[in-house]
Unconditional design. Structure first.
Length: 792
């Protein structure tokens, strides 16, 4: 071993003159350097307490020099703390003799520990392995030790844990929980695995570990979702199976390739597995002579890749070359799938993702998915989006990713605040006109059953998957098989916990478009009028007042279902069992929608003119009950209305999964502005389970539509006294002949022979909604001595 020639930067030169103990470090950061060597691995880690660890040393003396100079320039001029070899192949230990050696010759020592697997190299120790053993036999630090599987310890708050440790003498790898895996005669399979965890951040590294070990290890790791994966075996097809990746759910992947790598690393299949598992971005240190073209969400950095995690913000950055990307760390071991939202920040040729949580306010989510065509019992293949923010969101450049025929939105596409957006291959989709009508292809139930939404930086912002879709296509827990003709819908519009199983439930198709009104009906209470106390008036011989109707809501529609026969003047469409009017638990009769074997009970009103109204309400009473089988999941009662284009829009929905109700609930719902037009119609639909013995009953009664503007002629009732003799008035010198009158709109003074006072209050007749219009007396005082002769 000769004397070192040190290549040092100016910063490193200045640092080198300082005492090693004076080296400053950031107690809030964990920094992981993936050093770009010509071939092989070399990872240098700086812990928040200043402790350092070098894992693997590259392939050659040249790589060793690169690693040494890199560490030296960071200010570590004499010693590091930990040293380990993932396994004994030359591209992982070949540069050690240019890094570790006598301090007097300019090399580094290690102060705490050195690690490698038990036993010799498969096939016998090579020259590089022999050199490694010599360097770690106690001359330049403690003698190398064999790690204990499952052992963990804290380094400055960061937990280091051995996940897998192998032994070539036994031909097995022992995992953290004691499980053993029998290995083939391949040195790569004997790679030891390490996890680093701090707060919400998790990092996985295991040299060239092969899939026979990875696939068993993945589900056994304490955390089910890693932020950063150091990809095994340079991205070779022998590692990183979809099974393994789906188990650990990495957010970012780092691959050591090297400019001299001629093994076609990384393998195209591995890159596909990474993308399909939901990785947000793939960073490769360099592009080898036969490396494939980069896939989407991938960069050949041609530089060292540095991951810096900051504990106080629970965020980490990935830098190198032109990349400078920021991500949110996930929740650690909670099991939630991280869903980053990158935004381009780099000036380089590839968009740079900056990650924020999808649960941030203003997120646009996939709200409902209907994969079944009309020939398969559905309403057509469709995806409904929802915008939970208070402002409209323009979708220009966003993309819907489904199994086939993905769609890219344009600047003409916008989702209203707290509103919906519908894209479908069928027009209309049921009774709803889609905002975008295009040919999309969603797999009904299979490996490609998913829908993902990407923003204009081509980053996934939401995803839902079911049946046997891979983890790249769902959040949290995969949904099950979807019933034929059904749809997946968020239980609460816009709700996104990051777990599909929690957020979605199976429903009968009920798509909504951007014209849909307010998603939640707001009850409106009509106050009871309070009569003004009766003032005392001085009688006048002749008075003809013109009363003005009190501005209460005016009835535009009413039906209390008085018999078992539906009123044809109110209803135009009656499908299924809607004619089966019975009393339920309500006095008299009520509308009964029972779904029956095929579902689809529906009753639709005639057109009602609401064009003059500035506000209107739909009031009804409903009860959920079962005459044979109580309503259950999918046995829903749906209330809908038409907008001015005639499109049916869901106003509210009552789910069949609730318990039987013991009495009716009265609902008074404010109609949205889209309902206030000349041809307004509304309807009640019930959706029944496909079972011949189902009687999943909904009862509806006392249906009214009221507006706030009276429509009709202005009526002037003329009130005259009876033919009694003219009253005699005793003159008084101090009385002025002309009395003072202070009339109110609700009072009508009357002169009687005695004389007496009479007061009448008039209201429009709420039962008269079409000519001839009429009035009704609300209350009367002092009736004797007067009569109403007519209306004018």
């Amino acid at each position: 071993m000769g004397h070192r020639i040190v290549l040092v930067s100016l910063a490193g030169l200045l640092t080198a003159f300082a005492s090693p103990d004076a080296l400053a470090w950031n107690a809030d950061q964990l920094i992981i350097h993936h050093i770009n060597v010509s071939f092989g691995d070399a990872t240098f880690i700086e812990f928040p307490n200043g402790v350092t660890w070098l894992i693997d040393t590259g392939n050659s003396d040249s790589d060793g020099d690169t690693i040494f100079n890199y560490i030296y320039n960071l200010g570590y001029t004499s010693s590091i703390d930990y040293l380990s070899a993932s396994h004994f192949h030359a591209d992982h230990v070949g540069g050690a003799d240019m890094i570790i050696g006598p301090l007097v010759d300019g090399y580094l020592n290690y102060s705490t520990a050195a690690y490698h697997h038990a036993g010799s190299q498969v096939g016998g120790d090579s020259g590089a392995t022999t050199t490694w053993r010599t360097l770690t036999n106690g001359s330049y630090g403690p003698a190398a030790a064999i790690p204990t599987p499952g052992a963990s310890w804290s380094i400055g708050g960061v937990t280091a844990e051995w996940l897998a440790v192998s032994n070539t003498s036994t031909g097995k790898s022992t995992l953290l929980d004691g499980t053993t895996v029998s290995l083939s005669s391949n040195e790569n399979s004997y790679s030891i695995g390490l996890r680093l965890s701090w707060n919400g951040f998790d990092y996985f590294t295991a040299g060239d570990m092969t899939s026979d070990v990875e696939d068993v290890l993945g589900p056994k790791t304490a955390s089910n979702n890693y932020d950063v994966l150091k990809v095994g075996h340079h991205g070779s097809s022998s590692s990183s199976s979809l099974t393994f990746l789906n188990a650990i759910k990495p957010e970012v992947a780092v691959i050591f390739v090297g400019s001299s790598n001629s093994y076609s690393h990384p393998a195209s299949g591995t890159l596909s597995n990474l993308v399909n598992s939901g990785v947000s971005w793939i960073y490769a240190t360099a592009r080898g002579s036969s490396s494939p073209n980069p896939v989407s969400k991938m960069t050949y950095v041609e530089d060292t890749i540095v991951v810096t995690y900051t504990n106080s913000t629970n965020r980490y950055t990935v830098t190198g070359g032109s990349r400078n990307d920021a991500y949110d760390a996930d929740e650690g071991s909670s099991g939630a799938t991280p869903t980053p939202t990158p935004t381009a920040t780099s000036a380089g040729p590839t968009a740079t993702p900056t990650v924020t949580p999808t649960s941030a306010p203003g997120a646009v989510v996939v709200n409902q998915v209907g994969p079944f065509s009309t020939s398969s019992g559905g309403l057509g293949e469709y995806v409904e989006l929802y915008n939970s923010s208070g402002s409209a969101v323009n979708l220009d450049g966003w993309q819907l990713d489904v199994y086939g025929n993905d769609y890219t939105f344009t600047s003409a596409h916008s989702i209203p605040a707290h509103g919906f957006f519908l894209i479908s291959d069928t027009n209309p989709t049921g009774d709803v006109t889609p905002d975008v009508h295009t040919d999309i292809n969603i797999a009904d139930n299979g490996a490609n059953s998913y829908a993902r939404l990407l923003n204009n930086s081509s980053v996934i912002v939401d995803r839902v998957g079911w049946a046997s879709a891979s983890s790249a296509y769902y959040e949290g827990t995969l949904l099950g098989t979807l019933g034929s003709g059904k749809a997946w819908k968020r239980t609460s519009d816009g709700q996104d916990t990051g777990n599909n199983l929690i957020d979605f439930s199976e429903i009968s198709c009920a798509p909504r478009n951007s014209a849909y009104g307010m998603p939640t009906a707001t009850p409106t209470i009509t106050p009871t009028p309070t009569h003004t106390p009766t003032p005392t008036h001085t009688p006048t011989p002749t008075i003809t007042p013109t009363p003005t109707p009190t501005p209460l809501p005016y009835l535009r529609f009413s039906d209390d279902f008085p018999s078992t026969v539906l009123d044809a003047s109110n209803w135009t469409v009656n499908v299924g069992e809607a004619q089966s009017v019975s009393d339920g638990d309500h006095p008299g009769y009520a509308l009964n929608l029972n779904g029956q074997s095929t579902g689809g009970d529906r009753i639709e009103s005639k057109a009602i003119d609401l064009a003059a109204q500035t506000a209107a309400t739909l009031t009804y009473a409903y009860e959920r009950a079962g005459s044979g089988d109580s309503p259950e999941i999918n046995d829903d009662l749906i209330v809908e209305y038409t907008d001015s284009s005639g499109t049916w829009i869901e106003l509210t929905r009552y789910y069949g999964s609730g318990a039987d109700m013991s009495d009716y609930v009265v609902v008074s719902t404010a109609l949205p502005a889209a309902a206030l037009h000349a041809n307004f119609r509304f309807r009640f639909r019930s959706v029944g389970t496909n079972h011949s013995r189902r009687h999943d009953d909904w009862f509806v009664d006392d249906v009214e539509v009221r507006g706030n503007v009276y429509i009709g002629p202005t009526w002037t009732p003329t009130v005259t006294p009876t033919s009694s003799p003219t009253p005699t008035v005793t003159p008084t010198p101090t009385i002025t002949p002309t009395p003072t009158i202070t009339p109110t709109p609700t009072e009508t003074p009357i002169v009687s022979p005695t004389p007496l006072e009479m007061k009448i209050n008039f209201q429009p007749d709420p039962e008269t909604v079409s000519p001839p219009y009429g009035w009704m007396l609300d209350w009367v005082e002092g009736w004797e001595g007067a009569e109403i002769l007519g209306w004018h």
